[in-house]
Design a protein around this ligand. Structure first.
Ligand SMILES: CC(=O)N[C@H]1[C@@H](OP(=O)(O)OP(=O)(O)OC[C@H]2O[C@@H](n3ccc(=O)[nH]c3=O)[C@H](O)[C@@H]2O)O[C@H](CO)[C@@H](O)[C@@H]1O
Ligand SMILES: C=C(OP(=O)(O)O)C(=O)O
Length: 423
């Protein structure tokens, strides 16, 4: 397995293009299951998670062609001939559960493996299942699979989520587009990826109002048709690369970046002593004159500070003047990067969902590894500012969500390379 080797070498300068969002694309791809007609997604990111969703959809009999070097995905569910999403694919990626709602809505049946927990938490899918049950689905859990049936079709329902779930909102939203009558989703997730999915579904003929607010209303229609849709910018890739000049110094322009996607995060950067300005091509990020300042961070559903940027923000705060308190409220076990950062000289105390980070003058390179995607990239960011060499192994986590990280950071002056071999 490959490793990423980073050598801290001072200020960065130049431009980094930001790709389409992994988490939007992973919800948009299953939307193809709602229609017989082709769905074309442009601005798709080239990531292993996208290849996993491709394999899953193909296993169901859908066609997925990657065109233009993977930037365009041409999907069609015309030949759908299997309604079972197999454990061997689903266990690799939790977003696989997003095929459940669409398959059930279109054909009245679906069998989908339960995804199981993962490194950052237990991550149950009870809210996805309850929402589908409220729409009239009959569900049975057998041998690790959800067996779902709605022989007479799904029916509109009022669904109030007890907590905000991105995935459950997406599954219910897709299912409701073909349900009979009106569905109201209350306490719905407001993430930009939800808005992007709703816009795509509307292009396919769905009748949806309220996306981006906590109440979404969907009038079911008889059928959806084909569409072409560009995947929204990846706000998590954007935020990650915004942290590169924040940590290493210098000035970097993030091409395609949008302030509305990262407003809560940019506010914390500003408080930490990092300037973010809008340009006509994206966002420009530069370190202000003085040291990095400690800031407190609490992760929350959008529009709050995203949990998917908590690990990367922690890397910055390891070098701040003073003590920062980071509170993780979304996932119960999302501080696995802390012990690895401590191996690089960071001072961090973790108690339950809270981490206290006391800034140090400098970090030192070390061999490190991570057990999830954002933890991995936080170690690369720390490596940009560390003395000596940082070697990050288990790079397959990184490849789930970052395309060519070494190329993007290398182009702005970072000393970073991918070494092929054992990891
Ligand atoms: C592919 C994708 O888009 N992944 C994102 C999505 O994950 P995902 O959609 O899985 O995350 P959710 O928003 O559903 O999870 C939020 C919280 O709700 C809990 N929960 C969720 C569903 C459920 O049925 N029952 C339940 O208890 C989860 O365990 C978690 O504690 O949103 C997360 C929160 O912004 C992000 O970190 C992930 O990157
Ligand atoms: C947690 C993440 O992804 P997933 O929900 O696919 O595990 C992430 O993108 O940081």
């Amino acid at each position: 397995m490959d490793r990423i080797v980073v050598r801290g070498n001072g200020p960065l300068s130049g431009q980094i293009p930001i790709a389409g969002a992994k988490n939007a694309c992973l919800a948009l791809m299953p939307a193809t299951l709602l229609s017989d007609e082709p769905l074309t997604l442009t601005n798709a990111p080239r990531l292993s998670d996208i290849r996993t969703m491709t394999t899953l959809l193909q296993s169901l009999g859908a066609e997925v062609q990657a065109l233009n070097e993977g930037r365009v995905l041409a999907l069609s569910s015309h030949g759908l001939n299997n309604h079972t999403a197999d454990y061997d694919i689903v266990r690799k990626m939790r977003a696989s559960i997003l095929v459940l709602g669409p398959m059930l809505a279109r054909d009245g049946r679906a069998i989908v493996s339960l995804p199981g927990g993962c490194a950052i938490g237990a991550r149950p899918v009870d809210l996805h299942l309850k929402a589908l049950e409220a729409m009239g689905a009959e569900l049975e859990l057998r041998d690790g699979y959800v067996h779902a049936a709605a022989p007479g079709g799904l029916k509109g329902a009022v669904i109030e989520f007890p907590l905000v779930s991105v995935g459950a909102t997406e599954n219910a939203l897709m299912a409701a587009t073909l349900a009979k009558g009106t569905t109201v989703l209350r306490n719905a997730a407001r993430e930009p990826e939800i808005v992007d999915l709703a816009r795509c579904l509307r292009k396919m003929g769905a009748r949806i109002e309220g996306e981006g607010t906590s109440e979404i209303t969907i009038e079911g229609v008889d059928r959806l048709h084909g569409a072409t849709h560009p995947v929204v910018t990846d706000r998590i890739e954007l935020g990650t690369y915004m942290l590169a000049p924040a940590i290493a110094g210098g000035e970097v322009e993030l091409m395609g970046g949008r302030m509305d996607l990262v407003a809560a995060f940019a506010e914390k950067l500003d408080a930490a002593g990092v300037t973010v300005t809008e340009t006509d091509r994206g966002l420009k990020v530069a370190r202000q004159g003085g040291p990095i300042r400690a800031v407190d961070v609490r992760t929350e559903p959008f529009p709050g500070f995203p949990t998917d940027l908590q690990a990367q923000m922690m890397a910055l705060l390891c070098l701040a003047e003073g003590t920062s308190v980071l509170e993780e409220t979304i996932f119960e076990n999302r501080f696995m990067h802390a012990p690895e950062l401590m191996r690089m000289g960071a001072r961090i105390d973790v108690h339950g969902g809270t981490a206290r980070v006391t800034g140090v003058q400098r970090l030192k390179g070390a061999p490190v590894m991570a057990t999830d995607l954002r933890a991995s990239v936080s170690l690369i960011l720390a490596g940009l500012a560390a003395e000596g060499e940082t070697v990050v192994s288990r790079v397959y986590h990184l490849d789930r969500g970052y395309e060519r990280v070494e190329e993007k950071l290398g182009n702005v002056g970072a000393h970073i390379e991918r070494v092929k071999g054992d990891g």
